[in-house]
Design a protein around this ligand. Structure first.
Ligand SMILES: [Fe+2]
Length: 343
């Protein structure tokens, strides 16, 4: 094994600090979901996920690199953000909406925070098998990984997926010329990569782009996704905000969080953004499990390397072993920082 990390931990810039919502524990939204969305979703006949029928992938026309936005060497891949690209068919989107607005999901999976007033999260396989199978589909993961420039997997099941729902209540005045409002404040994500998929019709909508702030202070806008299309972004390392969309009936954006598949790539996933909007009885075990697996793989590989060293009678590398242990210590420390009882 050539080394445990792509870029040695000591040489990488540390991941940015993330500020979470003011909401500290799981809170249900006060607003209801309009009947028309629930009734519409009920009209869709349930279907099982079928990659041949439900994937409508076409590669993005353009991908912005970290170098282009002044962040070369930051993060886990040279890719910053992609153009919107078609990912799911209309039928797939209808199936996802059927699950999002189904009774068991609306009863158990709705959350609200100071960042997003109306979310559906942690549907799980039982309540949303179609959405779950879609995001764990090997072809979907291969395409997303290809765009991201690194092999990715969903961070853990609870993040399949986070759905932000905003309903146009016509209270918003029309967008004054040249003026923009944000749907979200400026932030870094808690997960290395996200894939944002639009599962609503954006006809007649304006705005909804993602703004990215460059280290120079310059702000660049990238196009947001439209119905069935998706955007892949290395959000943990890019300061960004979603700009508000105007017009249209509703805006439903599905955000799936990703982490590197290889346990040997630095993983700076944190729970700042998720802890306040999750059922911790589900979130913590899933987070702990994947992290213990990562540690297991790393220690197993390191032990193998050490045994080989003994056989080949090479000198014991104190600095290398110390660097390995420091990296694992920091990984465990991060877990202690992020996993605690919430009163
Ligand atoms: Fe974000």
């Amino acid at each position: 094994m050539p080394g445990l990390t792509v870029v040695p931990a000591a040489q990488r810039p540390k991941a940015p600090h993330v500020i979470g919502p003011k909401t500290k524990k799981a809170t249900r939204p006060t607003v209801g979901i309009p009947d028309f969305l629930i009734n519409e979703a009920k009209q869709t006949k349930p279907e099982a996920w079928n990659p041949e029928k439900h994937i409508a992938y076409e590669p993005p026309a353009k991908v912005v690199t970290m170098k282009e936005i002044g962040l070369e060497g930051h993060g886990i891949s040279p890719v910053a953000v992609s153009d919107p690209f078609p990912l799911f068919s209309q039928e797939a989107v209808a199936q996802m909406r059927r699950e999002i607005f189904s009774e068991p999901v609306l009863e158990n999976c709705r959350y609200s925070s100071t960042f997003s007033a109306n979310m559906v999260r942690g549907m799980g396989h039982e309540r949303a098998p179609f959405t779950y199978d879609a995001w764990w589909d090997p072809t979907v993961l291969a395409k997303i990984s290809e765009i991201a420039g690194i092999e990715l997997v969903p961070a853990f099941d609870y993040e399949v997926a986070n759905i932000n729902i905003s309903i146009n209540d016509h209270k918003d005045p029309a967008l004054p010329d040249g003026e923009e409002t944000s749907a979200f404040a400026w932030h870094y994500d808690s997960f290395p990569f996200v894939c944002v998929t639009m599962v609503s019709d954006c006809t007649g909508m304006v705005g909804g782009e993602t703004a990215i702030q460059l280290p120079s202070g310059e702000v660049r806008k990238v196009r947001g996704p439209t119905m069935g299309t998706a955007v892949v972004m290395q959000g943990r390392y890019i300061y960004h905000q979603a700009l508000k969309a105007f017009g249209g009936r509703e805006r439903i954006a599905m955000v799936t969080a990703f982490r590197p598949k290889s346990p040997f790539v630095p993983d700076e996933t944190i729970l700042t953004g998720s802890r306040p909007i999750s059922n911790l009885d589900e979130l913590y075990p899933q987070y702990a499990e994947y992290r213990l697996e990562v540690l297991e793989e790393r220690f197993r590989a390191k032990l193998k390397e050490e045994k080989r060293r003994q056989v080949t009678r090479k000198r014991f590398d104190v600095a290398d072993m110390r660097a390995f242990l420091t990296e694992q210590k920091e990984y465990i420390e991060s877990m202690l920082e992020h996993m605690y009882e919430v009163e």
